[in-house]
Design a protein around this ligand. Structure first.
Ligand code: 13P
Ligand code: SF4
Length: 327
């Protein structure tokens, strides 16, 4: 609980912050134009960051944009694996990450060494890595997938056996759709999504009986079972903004709410409460990107993402294969 003094202080701070928000935003935009930089942002970014991006998208769309851009600099507002992907698919560009500390805990749950061990154990299997992996893991993979294309890409693979890393939730959702394949599943997970329980979803359904339920496939299988729709962030946006229901319960990171409201303000989007970010699906590392660190990064051209050349060369193959197989 914060007392009334504390509350007043918080309001003052918010006013001050708001005043500088516009200024920071326009300074960043000016710098981006002057330096021929493109700003790419994931849907889980803070609203004020999304608002000044040239493009906001899901992991697949962002990797496509990064591979196609003519800009000299990519200021990437997302987590580390996304910045690495941008560098791998467009290595001549300068990729800047406003907060090098912002990683994805799930991506760090599997190493290249773990994958090589599995490959030795199952030599006939295809190694499929979720794009939420380190560049080193991608470098020892046969193909990458995102939540938007995993079913489509894996279905096209000639191998029956699939080593799937690192997300067990996405993996088991895909497995359900492809019973002809045999999965060797790594037991990684996304903490914000996987820890959200079916009990909480049932409570929301009880409270909003007329609502449809849209769920990200990084959620626990018991949550996915309760969904009317399962898909990537972009796919959830298309579904939620165009389905017949006026209310949609959305089980994914709260950052998505900003785009949903922008795209279709006439609907109600219910995210896990409370919205003070405790108990909701909230990714702390995505929120580690701020206007302040964006400004510092673009103005000084610091926090450049660098990778060894051989890693770029090897990791680009599974990423390019993904882009081909999913188009
Ligand atoms: P998508 O935007 O591809 O659905 O991914 C969600 C995510 O967790 C990215 O880290
Ligand atoms: Fe990683 Fe989950 Fe955050 Fe996405 S939401 S960056 S998978 S921790």
């Amino acid at each position: 609980m914060i007392g009334s003094e504390g509350f007043k202080f918080k309001v003052m701070l918010t006013l001050l912050e708001n005043e500088s928000v516009d200024k920071l935003q326009s300074n960043i935009r000016q710098l981006a134009e002057a330096k021929n930089a493109v700003i790419l942002a994931h849907y889980y970014q803070r609203p004020e960051v999304q608002d000044i991006a040239d493009f906001v998208g899901d992991s697949l769309e962002l990797s496509r944009k990064a591979s196609q851009t003519n800009a000299s600099i990519i200021l990437f507002c997302g987590v580390r694996f996304m910045c690495e992907t941008a560098k791998i698919v467009n290595p001549t560009k300068k990729v800047l990450h406003p907060n090098p500390e912002s990683g994805c805990p799930m991506a760090d749950m599997v190493s290249a060494k773990d994958v090589l061990k599995l490959k030795e154990q199952y030599p006939d299997a295809a190694v499929v890595s979720y794009v939420n992996t380190t560049a080193e893991v991608k470098a020892v993979s046969d193909v990458c997938v995102t939540s938007a294309n995993a079913i489509k890409v894996i279905k096209k693979l000639p191998q029956k056996r699939i080593i799937f890393v690192p997300d067990q939730a996405l993996g088991s959702w895909v497995q359900k759709h492809l019973p002809e394949k045999e999965f060797i599943m790594w037991k990684g997970f996304c903490p914000p999504h996987y820890e959200f329980t079916a009990k909480e979803v049932l409570k929301l359904k009880e409270k909003h009986k007329d609502a449809k339920v849209a769920v990200h496939p990084e959620c626990h299988p018991s949550v996915i079972e309760l969904a009317d729709f399962v898909g990537s962030t972009s796919q959830i946006i298309s579904y939620a903004t165009s389905c017949e229901a006026n209310k949609v319960i959305v089980i994914t990171e709260v950052g998505l709410k900003h785009t949903l409201i922008k795209k279709n303000p006439n609907k109600e989007y219910i995210f896990p409460e409370p919205m003070n970010y405790c108990g909701s699906v909230y990714c702390c590392t995505m929120k580690g990107i701020t206007l302040q660190n964006m400004y510092k990064t673009i103005s000084q051209e610091i926090n450049e993402v660098t990778l060894p050349e051989d890693i770029i060369e090897r990791a680009s193959k599974p990423l390019m294969r993904m882009l081909e197989l999913s188009s």
